[in-house]
Design a protein around this ligand. Sequence first.
Ligand code: NAD
Length: 367
Amino acid sequence: MTKTILIAGLGLIGGSLALAIRKQHSDYHILGYNRGEASRNIALERGMVDDASDDFKSLAVQADVIILCVPIQKSIDMIKDLASFELKPNVLVTDAGSTKGAIIAAAEHHLADKDINFIGSHPMAGSHKSGAVAADVNLFENAYFIMTPCRLTKPDAVPRLTDLLTASGARFVQIDAAEHDLVTSQISHFPHVLASSLMLQAGDYALEHPFTKNFAAGGFRDMTRIAESEPGMWTSILMTNPKPILERIEEFKERLDRVSDLLKTGDQDAIWHFFEHGRQTRKAMEIHKRAGVDSFFDIFISIPDKEDSILSVLEVLRGISLVNIRINEENRADTYGVLQITFKNQEDLDEAVKRLSQETDYIISFD
Ligand code: NAD
């Protein structure tokens, strides 16, 4: 049955969701709200939406499903607006916000007596890019798509949303909104605070010690990559999830103090155990598996540490889309280095392994 879907906010997330819906449900009528004309035009040109406008109300009243893909505070404003519109009966409304408690509270407050089927969502994939221009139909492949049911969620909400977004390739999970905000404070929100703090500390240190800028290498880069994230989005995240983030900050200060004490007393054995415990904990986490938050498909290639060996691998892989490529630096002192290449899906990984096995002698391993 033809349905009308409204994507409110044709940015990275909204545009990518529209493309995923389009891929599977080519008969659905997709409407796009966007306040700026540039992303509206891009969305129309790329075929993400059939119609686009900056008039939220005129689009919302036509929709069977509304997905709010705007900054969290704006989603809350839109939820308030929806309460005053004459919407279709049992319209399914969800959002894409990175925090869930504030959105769910707003929905339960403003939409309580309406014939609206509301569920929170958080597609856990992103990029440093933004806007419709950055939308990617594969953005959510293998990523968790978290749904947070609430008092306004009817039993058909999860199957409706899952069916709508199946082509995204995401992994759908349900969790309570408060638990979502606690977990993401630890693995996402607090690490962003930490990355920016580390970056600022290094920036200040570089004023007195200019070589700081030159010597910062792989480890520092890995620790601070997310400090380049969009400040507006992260400000909204902190403002809508303050308590858990404050708790993580306080707890972390205690951890730093404990390391500080070990160092002051010169407790070498305890310091070794501190690092070893961290290493083992990381190994046991899902980030080392395909299904992690940054869930990708990796191969590890042992290649001689000499000129052109990386180029030769890339030549063999020409035409296969690579998500990431890195040289594991801890191996640089060996004759062989380990080149880690990340693919988007199993198909690409299989093709890469096939070609590399046929065309090179390099030892390849994968999970
Ligand atoms: P984006 O900047 O690419 O797009 C944001 C969209 O919101 C744009 O269409 C913009 O025009 C619109 N917008 C911004 N302020 C507005 C306002 N005041 N009024 C009307 N429209 C406004 O951002 P995005 O990455 O697509 O993020 C959208 C939502 O998805 C946010 O709630 C964010 O928390 C969430 N999210 C982002 C990521 C990520 O990594 N980018 C991941 C998961 C969830």
